[in-house]
Write a protein that binds this ligand. Sequence first.
Ligand SMILES: [Cu+2]
Length: 306
Amino acid sequence: MNSGASNFAQGVDMAFYVILGISVFFLVGITATMIWFVIRYNRKRNPVAKNIKDNTKLEIIWTVIPTILVLVMFYYGWIGYMPMKRVPNGALEVKATGRMWSWQFDYENGKSSNILVVPLNKPVKLNLYSPDVLHSLYIPAFRIKEDVVPGLNNTMWFTPTKLGEYDILCAEYCGIQHSYMLSKVKVISEQEYLTWYNEKAPESDTLEAVGMQVIKRLGCVACHSQDGSKIVGPTFKALYGSTRKVTLPDGSTKEVKADDDYIKLSINDPNAEVVDGYQKNLMQSYKTQLNDEEIKEVIEYLKGLK
Ligand SMILES: [Cu+2]
């Protein structure tokens, strides 16, 4: 195990080693005693079995010692865990969105990123949000993990104590591409962080290029390929202008042409017209996450994908 890169690493590692130590002690102790008993009390050495009556002293010892050991484990677990629930005032707040199947981090000035960028030695508070199913944000190097639950405002916090890049994983099975829900947390100096935080994303001049950024940022590409292959949803390639059969909520089907209105409907209300051969309820509505302008940009991008 590496030495950890946040303020919680020491407490969590301590609890881990204490419990590991106690477990190893008993594994060795019990195994050795067992082997000794097998030899000492086998039938050759001890032909007549003896009935041993209760022994109060022994019973007190084997009640008190394990109780103390369990409390020791609880104590180290508790002092490692408690600080995780006390967010310091003035922590840098970042909204962390976990969705099928990507992470997105939104900063207070509107900056948005698929990796988490944080300044060294500053407390960071993550406000966890899921628009679809249960996810869990896990940063092993920081020794922290918290569920990202739809409809619940969970939070987590940490202070990064080492420069570098560390893995972010989803630790709650959330569908077929769960294992690809990877990201990074990048810990940089405060100076570099301020530069990063204040730099504007390079302005793309065409709607089409902005549309591609929207699709990447929101992780649509986890379900929609751009090269014609079928993943969870239909490919984006040559989608615009083509015709498809869709199923309406009442079960009837119809043919539709993928024009602007259809694409807008597909994004805002995916279950209104479900493409033949695909499952409904997999894609969530992006109504609250994409405005009309951004939808227009996405449409422009789709038009270009011949
Ligand atoms: Cu997930």
